[in-house]
Ligand binder design. Structure first.
Ligand SMILES: [Zn+2]
Length: 650
């Protein structure tokens, strides 16, 4: 490496350096990820590498910015061992497309343990089980469609191998590799010209993270042991969703333990400092560890002491656990912020963070790669010039949703005969952010219809009121506000009170009621609701139903949960009831992540237990009853009718 950078102290007002926030493309697996290239004179620093399948989009950008192929950089940094940060770097290095003088790399032992150690627990696990356990440690991807989620999970099974091979290759090529937590003296000395500062975390902090990661992955393996026998065909996406959805054991209790490993660096060049924090959860560490909370506080103090910065990358893709009003204050007169994302979808950046930025737009600017593509920021001694964007506008505060926009636009109105005979239906279609069309079907007996549309910037609330039945539905980029709707063409709901009393008595006699209570407290559903589902599904009997596909009291489907069904565990009433509640919880989470809330969420989750969450979402987006695609088109209405009776009888 040649070091002829401008000395920190002799700021040259015409000299500049550049920060490039790379575009991570337009696939749905690309909701967010980090890849940043900094050019300080002839010293180049590459921070993170997007996703594992981003090589085709990242490499051309690197080649074009650096005007070389293969690409050579002075320093590679991997902030933390998540797939959306390690990304395609192992592939680029393996293909000979990327070389480096130095590398400051997140140490794989803090995620996977050390090879040969007793804590190298991942290496000992069978393939698919390992993949799911790895996926649980990643950012929550449960909103991905199955056909993307499954390869994503499968691919994680060899993330450790790919990453360790990258480290070996770099070393073999003569790159000076420093694993973060090791002695960094020489590295820092080599990069004094660009004022490299490694703000944290400390080795002690990393070890604490590793301990928490170990705990949660042990929990995962325990859970997975129960969830599937390794030699039977398993739908990993469903297993993964059920684990991520479960409110108790399977969810990493210390969610932040991976992000909190993020290497936080700043650089000072030509008198201006820039900050990169990976996914560090500066505002909410999400761990039960005082040591880690203290570590984060210390890093924030260090960062604040150097403020203001010419540029700050918001950590964790603009998530609300990475940034806050308080942190904005700590950054003083910092004027320019950047958010690394991917496609303009998904739950990042957090709407509250966008709102916070928006509230301060008089004094700050921000860029975001989901809306701006490749962003280049030129920084001179007197600060940053207006960023160059590939598209969109600076200071865009539009929140993303997890709605699948493509799916939505391609949807057409259902044929009239499936809309119900006299229901009031509203359907809102948006195409990008440019236009909204509203279709409203009005009940023939409606006395009054009013539709109000509030399309102020950043919101697209649509409310309708037909025949006194409010039906508030919005779509596209807006959230579903609330809705009440009745299934008007359903037959008389549910069996008689006497029949339900008989079912309840039988449940008591067989000793199953405690299992419903257990499932109720574990998954936070009313006992009466779980009884009602069991009643609708099996008359609360431990039977094989639904053409042989439904198993047991809760009729767990062997196509969705093949292992559970094939293992025979479905016959255990307790496990069956718990599994049913877990499945319901997964449906609820799926819908909740797509903006469904309130009563619509309550009923939609139950409908999804029968017709699948995709069908319920489709119905909601069309303004139809959540029961539209359920058996007899009355599933949730029927279940809630039964639940009302059970709650009186209990
Ligand atoms: Zn990330």
């Amino acid at each position: 490496m040649t070091q002829n950078t401008t000395e920190d102290t002799n700021a040259d007002t015409t000299a500049s350096f550049k920060i490039h926030l790379l575009d991570l493309g337009r696939g749905s697996s690309h909701q967010y990820g980090d890849c940043v290239l900094c050019q300080f004179g002839n010293i180049s620093v590459l921070i993170d590498g997007g996703h594992s399948n981003d090589a085709e989009i990242i490499l051309p950008q690197l080649q074009s910015v650096l005007n070389q192929s293969p690409v050579h950089v002075s320093l590679i940094i991997t902030t933390h061992p998540h797939d959306d940060h390690i990304g395609c770097l192992p592939k680029l290095v393996a293909d000979g497309q990327l070389t480096a003088d130095w590398a400051l790399l997140t140490d794989p032992q803090y995620r996977w343990g050390n090879p040969g150690d007793t804590d190298a627990r991942f290496a000992l696990q069978p393939g698919r089980m390992r993949s799911v356990a790895e996926a649980v440690l990643e950012h929550d991807r449960s909103d991905m469609p199955d056909d993307e989620l499954t390869p994503f999970i499968d691919n994680l099974g060899n993330l450790e191998t790919r990453y360790r091979m990258m480290i070996d290759r770099l070393r073999n090529q003569g790159t000076r590799v420093v694993l973060h937590g090791e002695d960094e003296t020489e590295l820092l000395a080599a990069f004094t010209g660009i004022g490299l500062k490694v703000i944290g975390p400390t080795r002690e902090h990393l070890e604490e993270c590793a301990r928490l990661v170990r705990e949660s992955s042990d929990d995962s393996f325990e859970e997975l042991d129960q969830l599937f026998a390794v030699d039977s065909p398993v739908d990993v996406a469903t297993i993964y969703r059920s684990m991520v959805a479960a409110p108790t054991d399977a969810v990493p209790r210390n969610r932040g333990a991976m992000n909190l490993q993020s290497i936080v660096t700043s650089f000072r060049f030509n008198g201006q400092r820039v900050l990169f924090g990976g996914d560090m959860q500066f505002s909410d560490p999400q761990v039960d560890s005082q040591l880690l909370h203290d570590g984060v506080t210390r890093m924030r103090q260090d960062i604040s002491a150097d403020a203001p910065y010419a540029f700050v990358k918001l950590s964790h893709h603009g998530s609300d656990n990475g940034f806050s009003a308080e942190i904005l204050g700590e950054l003083g007169d910092t004027k320019l912020y950047g958010i690394c994302l991917g496609d303009a979808r998904g739950h990042h950046p957090h709407p509250d963070i966008l709102e916070l930025l928006n509230e301060n737009r008089q004094r700050i600017d921000w860029v975001r790669t989901d809306r701006n593509g490749l962003v280049t920021i030129t920084i001179r001694a007197d600060g940053a010039l207006p960023p160059q964007l590939t598209h969109g506008n600076i200071d865009d505060a539009t929140p993303n949703t997890v709605d699948d926009t493509d799916f939505f636009i391609s949807e057409t109105l259902a044929p009239t005969d499936s809309l119900g005979t006299n229901g009031n239906k509203t359907f809102v279609e948006t195409s990008g952010s440019a236009a909204a069309e509203i279709f409203a079907r009005v009940p023939p007996n409606a006395a009054r219809v009013s539709i109000s549309v509030d399309l102020t910037p950043g919101s697209s609330k649509v409310t309708t009121d037909a025949g006194g039945v409010p039906d508030l539905v919005s779509a596209g980029e807006a959230r579903i506000l609330s809705a009440t709707e009745e299934v008007t063409d359903a037959p008389q709901l549910g069996p008689s009170r006497n029949v339900l009393l008989t079912q309840l008595n039988r449940t008591r006699e067989r000793g199953w009621l405690p299992f419903f209570n257990e499932a109720s407290s574990q998954f936070s559903f009313p006992v009466a609701l779980l009884l009602a589902i069991a009643s609708r599904e099996s008359n609360i009997q431990n039977i094989l139903g639904d053409g042989g596909h439904g198993r047991g009291i809760m009729q767990i489907d062997d196509r969705s949960f093949p292992d559970f069904a094939n293992s025979g565990r479905w016959k255990d009433p307790r496990l069956n009831i718990l599994m049913g509640a877990r499945v319901l919880s997964g449906k609820q989470r799926f819908l909740s992540q797509r903006g469904v809330d309130g009563d619509l969420l309550r009923r939609g989750s139950v409908a999804a237990y029968n017709s699948g969450e995709g069908n319920v979402l489709r119905a909601i987006r069309r303004g139809l009853s959540v029961d539209t695609f359920t058996a007899h088109r009355n599933y949730s209405a029927d279940v809630f009718a039964r639940a009302a009776v059970f709650s009186e009888l209990l």
